[in-house]
Design a protein around this ligand. Structure first.
Ligand SMILES: Nc1ncnc2c1ncn2[C@@H]1O[C@H](COP(=O)(O)OP(=O)(O)OP(=O)(O)O)[C@@H](O)[C@H]1O
Ligand SMILES: [Mg+2]
Length: 204
């Protein structure tokens, strides 16, 4: 089972958007997926409540419950578990990073977001998870050099995922409707980048 934690102390960086899209993508690749939602705001659960489909499973949990839940997901045959965490919560970030094979830090390519990444990196350093951490540039403008500049600076500190997610209305529409971009526009550019991201995550 692959376990991915999505962690960022910065609010609104795209954690929940990425978590639900990766979980649906895993299901479309015939892997049983579970989202464990550690955010008391429970946005992933809110997304699920708008869905018609029963999968992927979304489980709301506290950081204390997480290790046992991950074990249980593995025992139940889940192939892909994704942990969505709360912003401004050291506890949920550290506990999620501890149980994950891969930690993704979504980061918008703006100067403020890039400057705020240090707080998240410090937490991951303390929990010794930096060697399995990568930054995922999210909401990159489709044109212009902003994301390239951000990537250049960030990649000197920590690996940057070679797939970017761009700023696309499709993501907001999908979240609002309880869908994934792959479910209502499978040929669209957003769906393409989610598949590329999933492929990168699952590479041997
Ligand atoms: N690539 C994108 N393109 C367009 N809109 C996006 C993109 N990524 C995220 N958004 C939008 O930005 C907002 C914040 O995203 P999201 O809720 O996923 O962030 P978050 O990190 O989970 O926030 P929080 O820290 O509050 O949990 C949402 O309205 C979402 O639809
Ligand atoms: Mg969220």
């Amino acid at each position: 089972m692959k376990t991915v934690a999505i962690v960022s102390q910065k609010g609104g960086s795209g954690k929940t958007t990425i978590a639900v899209h990766l979980a649906v993508c895993a299901e479309l690749h015939k892997k049983r997926a579970a989202i464990i939602d550690l955010d008391p705001q429970a946005s992933a659960l809110e997304w699920y409540s708008r869905r018609d489909a029963e999968t992927p499973e979304v489980i709301k949990a506290t950081p204390e419950q997480l290790p046992a839940l991950v074990k249980q997901a593995r025992a139940n045959g889940a192939g892909f578990t994704i942990i969505d965490t709360a912003p401004h919560s050291d506890r949920s970030a550290v506990v999620a990073a501890n149980v994950a094979d891969l930690v993704l830090i979504p980061c918008r390519p703006s100067a403020f977001d890039v400057a705020a990444i240090g707080a998240t990196l410090n937490l991951l350093k303390i929990s010794k998870a930096l060697d399995r951490t990568a930054i995922l540039l999210n909401a990159a403008p489709p044109r212009g050099a902003m994301a390239d500049v951000a990537e250049q600076g960030l990649s000197e500190i920590v690996p940057v995922v070679p797939v970017r997610m761009h700023q696309r209305a499709a993501y907001s529409h999908a979240i609002n409707g309880g869908y994934s971009v792959e479910e209502f526009d499978p040929q669209g550019k957003a769906a393409e980048e989610i598949r590329a991201l999933y492929k990168w995550i699952m590479k041997p």
